[in-house]
Design a protein around this ligand. Sequence first.
Ligand code: BV8
Length: 249
Amino acid sequence: MAGDWRDALAGLNLTRDSYVTVLTGSGFSAESGVPTFRGEDGLWRNFRAQDLATPEAFARDPRLVWEWYDWRRGIIAGKEPNPAHYAVTDLENMFERFLLITQNVDGLHRRAGTVKLVELHGYIFGMRCTADGTVTENLEVPLAAIPPECECGAMLRPDVVWFGEALPERAITAALDASRECDLMLVAGTAAVVQPAASMPLMAKQAGAFVIEINTEFTPISPYVDLTLQGKAGAMMPQMVSALRDLIT
Ligand code: BV8
């Protein structure tokens, strides 16, 4: 198995001018100790994440939703990027044309030094005023007040994209353009069920990219990508980087 993917990469004739994209999901942060979105460890007071991450849940019970976010913020604040996050920053430094597309809201890719990134679903330490949309960063854990209030008196909401909400225009445009133009897409740590992110690997493949999936399980896109590597991102991503570095230098 190890030979296969290295031989496949060698056959792509990649150079440092090749366009490389990486699409990540919550499994990328699992080895940092951050609960995945749908995994058993992601449950909170027996609520499912997808039932709390909605405008309806927030309208119905902002205090409950904020208690969930406060719990998650507290977990994430104490965690560090893992080797998979640093491998992405290595890739960014190896390829002129590069974009990281992440579904994660934990900010760990930023903290690992990746600059060319789009956060499709927002950032959990961003606070958005529900009156005028102003966004500020708030790293306070635990939150002093739940629900937190803006200086203007309006309630604050997390600056994340909930189910049923549109993704930020700039992020979705950059992600779709990169998916259509890249030569290689690495898709790692995502169950590939949340749209529109889950369609991006298929778009990349249809546009001619070589798509490699790294996951500890099979996913709905596994049959359609060029290679599925069963393994942990923290181990596989650094191996991918060293193989790519050998190929382009
Ligand atoms: C939108 C922020 C339109 C909040 C999140 C088309 C078809 C079907 C449904 C839809 C569709 N279009 C829209 C929808 C509805 C919906 C959707 O996709 N529903 C799904 C559930 C069917 N999509 C939306 O609502 C999106 N909005 O399309 O808007 C629109 C347009 C105009 C105007 C109005 C509306 C918005 C979706 C964004 C939701 N917000 N997060 C928060 O986090 O609090 S999504 C949430 O799921 C997280 O961001 C998470 O990253 C993301 C995806 O989950 P995964 O990352 O895949 O995580 P998961 O736990 O599921 O899986 C982890 C994986 O890692 C597993 O596969 C596991 O095996 C693997 N793994 C574990 N450990 C490791 C590992 N892999 C490698 N190494 C390891 N160590």
